[in-house]
Ligand binder design. Structure first.
Ligand code: NAD
Ligand code: UD1
Length: 321
């Protein structure tokens, strides 16, 4: 029974990782400032260190006695990086350096969330890990900075790390009610309530949507793969879906007509994002990823249940058993 630090553990992906760590008998310390995460997503029984991941002293304390750190805390929205360049940089890059700095005394392995945003637009699809990095947004540039700092962490300080370039992650507990939320959570929420959705641009832009359970499998397996070489792997499905097609598929999953409106494209947008999952599958021993529709059905069911956080869901399950 090991103790792990999960930064961002009250967020969408962090809450799923927390549940999976607990299910295999591990203990958990969560560091989160609850800015986009919520207390309702805190795993019951987990220790909470509430505060800022860029606060070096706080992170150093939170790192005490842990077997490994999963670093997920970040401002996860590309659009917020456009609006608040410096503020998102502080959290997304300085926060990562604070985590690696705190890991250095005992060389605690760190598995951290990078992003497909490091690639920008690529001529060759699907994208393999060695493709040239051309981030188009502050968010992507900071995630690339995290990967470069991980090289320093390994080379200079002997800290084992693994970076996981998540493509577009979706699933239950992804907050649908902020303008900065992921497209699937927004579309499922609005269409299931009979409201129209807005597509930015022509909607022909494509994304590789990966279900959160597959991301958690990569995170868990990734802790053993962390090394001072600072490897990075794609976490994706190898399947592309356009935003308009997504709107239609979600409308079908909700049993409503697709009411799709258009607005101007967002700044700093990638046109096509499609990953090659082969390396991660081979190195981490991952299985076949969930189909888009399977995952969408889970999101729609979660919305129908009133969007419970992890804690409320645990309480509901306890009542039923
Ligand atoms: P999320 O917003 O649900 O989770 C982020 C968590 O970090 C939240 O609980 C938030 O409160 C916390 N946090 C934010 N700023 C903080 C700060 N200054 N100090 C401490 N905690 C802070 O987002 P998510 O989708 O779960 O993303 C998790 C990680 O995965 C992020 O690093 C994100 O960049 C990365 N990622 C996400 C996606 C995706 O599609 N969701 C894709 C690629 C990478
Ligand atoms: C997402 C993640 C980011 C991650 C990146 C990796 C979120 C909020 N962001 O960025 O953390 O690093 O994937 O690939 O999860 N769109 C609409 N209408 C809407 C909302 C979005 O048309 O109401 C479009 C956007 O313009 C974009 C696509 O849907 O073309 C996806 O947008 P979004 O879900 O915000 O994700 P990314 O910007 O791809």
């Amino acid at each position: 029974m090991a103790l792990y630090l999960v930064t961002g553990g009250c967020g969408f992906i962090g809450s799923h990782l927390a549940a999976a760590l607990a299910a295999r008998g591990d203990r958990l310390r969560v560091l989160d400032d609850l800015s986009t995460g919520s207390l309702d997503n805190l795993l019951p029984g987990a220790e909470l260190v509430q505060g800022d991941v860029a606060d070096a002293a706080l992170v150093r304390d939170a790192m005490q006695g842990v077997a490994g750190c999963f670093h997920l805390a970040a401002i996860a929205s590309v659009e917020r990086g456009v609006q608040d360049w410096l503020g998102t940089h502080r959290v997304n890059l300085t926060g990562t350096i604070a985590v690696m700095d705190a890991a250095r005394e005992r060389r605690v392995p760190v598995v951290y969330a990078s992003s497909a945003a490091v690639y920008g637009d690529q001529a060759v699809l699907p994208i393999t890990e060695d493709a040239p990095k051309r981030p188009l947004s502050a968010y992507g540039a900071d995630k690339l900075g995290c990967e470069q700092q991980a090289l320093v962490a390994g080379h200079v300080h002997g800290i084992p790390t693994l970076g996981l370039r998540f493509f577009n992650v979706f699933g239950p507990r992804q907050d649908p009610r902020s303008p900065y939320s992921g497209v699937i959570s927004i579309f499922c929420d609005r269409l299931s309530r009979g409201e129209p959705v807005t597509v930015f641009g022509d909607g022909a832009q494509t994304r590789d949507f990966v279900y959160v359970a597959d991301v958690v499998a990569a995170l868990l397996a990734g802790m053993q793969a962390a090394s001072v070489e600072a490897p990075v792997l794609n976490v994706c499905t190898g399947r592309a879906t356009s935003v308009v097609e997504l709107g239609r598929t979600i409308a079908a999953a909700c049993g409503v007509a697709a009411d799709i409106r258009h607005a101007p494209p967002r700044a700093g947008e990638i046109r096509h994002s499609l990953g090659n999952p082969a390396q991660a599958r081979a190195l981490l021993g991952l299985g076949e990823p969930a189909r888009l529709r399977e995952g969408l059905d889970q999101v729609v069911a979660w919305l129908r249940d009133g969007r419970p956080g992890l804690a409320r869901q645990r309480a509901l399950e306890a009542q039923l058993s």
